[in-house]
Design a protein around this ligand. Structure first.
Ligand code: PMT
Length: 213
């Protein structure tokens, strides 16, 4: 099967020196890419700026901003059967990016932002029989909020990730997640390594993709 996986943060530049971003290190998304490749799948990994080695057998496409991630996913999606969106995409970007470093006296006290497109929602019309899986990084009531996103984005599965739980979320080598499905079925996984979580997510993706073939 052909997997398209996104990982890491996006960076939204304000000038050549400063940017808005988030705490994603790419570990969860890279673990997914590694697990999919180990399971014998073809994998394209669209990665934001992270300090990780590309897993063996994976084709990596590096991007920096949300708009670049959207363009890369749009380009790679037609060849994919499964799309897993693990990236922490910045929802907003500065309205203006200065080509030169802003001097302190040129900077206003408030930053004007514009919304980035939601990549999953934008590409939903291209889903067809493809399997779409999202992640939801939450800080409270992860299941309720993730279920809302599962429906709103028309996904086949969402991985609810309480990023405040001990050993879970950003930067850890472990994670604790719950898999949620559109029929209300849920599977709460114990604290595991990100590689073990990835193996379970890839196994579910394979099953879902086989059902929609
Ligand atoms: O990278 P690590 O340090 O290992 O951390 C892993 C992680 C916490 C980043 C990962 O497990 C995780 O939860 N990823 C999803 C982070 C996120 O952005 O969640 P969200 O609830 O904001 O977005 C919901 C879904 O929509 C996600 O699948 C996201 O990729 C997607 N999205 C979000 C915004 C946007 N503009 N376009 C999108 O497609």
């Amino acid at each position: 099967m052909r997997f398209l996986i996104t990982a890491g943060p996006t960076r939204e530049p304000l000038d050549p020196v400063r940017f808005i971003s988030n705490r994603s290190t790419g570990k969860m998304g890279f673990a997914l890419a590694q697990a999919a490749a180990e399971a014998g799948h073809e994998v394209v990994l669209v990665a934001g700026p992270v300090a990780l080695e590309t897993p063996p057998g994976v084709r990596r496409v590096d991007i920096e901003t949300a708009l670049e991630m959207l363009a890369a996913v749009e380009r790679e999606l037609p060849a994919a059967e499964v799309y897993i969106s693990c990236a922490a995409v910045a929802d907003w970007r500065p309205e203006v990016c200065s080509p030169t470093k802003l001097k302190k006296h040129e900077m206003a006290g408030t930053l004007r932002l514009v919304r980035n497109p939601d990549i999953l929602k934008t590409l939903r019309p291209l889903k067809g029989t493809r399997t779409f899986i999202g992640f939801a990084a939450e800080t409270g009531e992860p299941d309720a909020e993730a279920t809302r996103k599962l429906r709103e984005k028309g996904l086949d599965m969402i991985v609810a990730n309480d990023v405040t739980a001990p050993g879970a979320g950003f930067a850890h080598d472990t994670n604790r997640v719950t898999l949620l499905f559109p029929d209300g079925h849920r599977e709460a996984l114990p604290l595991m390594t990100k590689h073990e979580v990835a193996q379970r997510v890839i196994a579910c993706a394979q099953t879902l993709a086989t059902q929609t073939e």
